[in-house]
Design a protein around this ligand. Sequence first.
Ligand SMILES: Cc1cc2nc3c(=O)[nH]c(=O)nc-3n(C[C@H](O)[C@H](O)[C@H](O)COP(=O)(O)O)c2cc1C
Length: 424
Amino acid sequence: MPLRRLAPHLPSPRRFLRSLNPSPAMSPAADAAHLATAADPDEDLCSSAAESAAAAAEEVAPARPLPRPPVSAEERIERAWSHWRRLGAPRLMVAPMVDNSELPFRMLCRRYGADAAYTPMLHSRIFSENEKYRSMEFTTCKEDRPLFVQFCANDPDILLQAAKMVEPYCDYVDINFGCPQRIARRGNYGAFLMDNLPLVKSLVQNLSANLHVPVSVKIRIFPRLEDTLAYAKMLEEAGASLVAVHGRTRDEKDGKKFRADWDAIKAVKDALRVPVLANGNIRHMEDVNNCLEHTGADGVLSAETLLENPALFAGFRTKEWKDDGDENGDSGLDQADLVIEYLKLCEQYPVPWRMVRSHVHKMLGDWFRVHPEVREELNKQNKLTFEWLHDMVLRLKELGGRVPLYRKESALQTTANGVAASNA
Ligand SMILES: Cc1cc2nc3c(=O)[nH]c(=O)nc-3n(C[C@H](O)[C@H](O)[C@H](O)COP(=O)(O)O)c2cc1C
């Protein structure tokens, strides 16, 4: 299926140059961190097929007339639910991850049970101005649905401009109000907008009033529950059709150190009328079921664990999360098999090598702990190739041992094409 690289939206070279002069609202240093370094081979696309793929980009669908604005809150809520249901009421979601929830990884997770996926966060201003950034950071294909395209922003009009470019290709345009990193502080976006709720409100209002697709938001919680609830209600009233809640505060950056607060997520779910997704502490399917039961949320997002185990939503577990008893058997699927599958998807859907490198490190982390010399060799490769990576996986296998994924016997059902079907 042809890859979409938004060719019809490419701005003129003059516009590209202008993009190098950031608007006053954004810090130049923070912007530079979002832009690729041309001389670094990790910034090249991982296939020579990239050019032909770009040339094959399809025409953008013609602009549709805007749907009639909802006349009442009731109608808005009803529309949010009917859209959600039309998408099949997805429950198992690949969370947005910079450099990590890119097209081939999303497709891998979809093969293994993910019902929907978010793109990595895209910087709305750079996206709207910089053709290279767009073509490197956002690709999709017909099968990549339901899809949330996520932006960070602090200017309603710039956000709308960026969102208009992607709306034909996605099911939600999402705003990131959760990023707690220093780069977000410097760029004045993400969780730092929790200090400027009028701006948050205008970002959501402007987008939801002018897009064909619904707007979703991803938020963190405030230390005080009443602040979180007031925030979530404001977002719903401003036009958000779906709210994903990461149950940690802006200061709780380390997901391993701080457990996500499922009680706070439950309180948000109880307070809102649009679909709510829960995020945090999802490491295997038992967590999924417990979280849905505890919070009443309509779905869950997983991030860190999926990076290590993209087959999580099909009921597979890494050794770390295997039940103590012998209940979870060796599924026959190995993390190295997933890497091979991922590499094949990258050949089909080229992305920058830095993304491929990052996934190989995460999926093969357990192997590398046993054979650190192979990791060192990988680190020394200035310019990666698929051939080298396939050879490396073969070499690891020849060195002996396996890093299997585990699954309950009862869950070992596969579809005719061999793809995992059960949610265990
Ligand atoms: C590598 C990585 C990149 C991330 N990038 C984003 C991002 O682009 N946008 C966002 O909203 N959250 C981002 N996050 C946060 C996750 O979406 C998620 O909220 C967080 O990791 C908690 O989920 P978890 O406990 O399943 O890891 C990122 C997390 C990781 C690990």
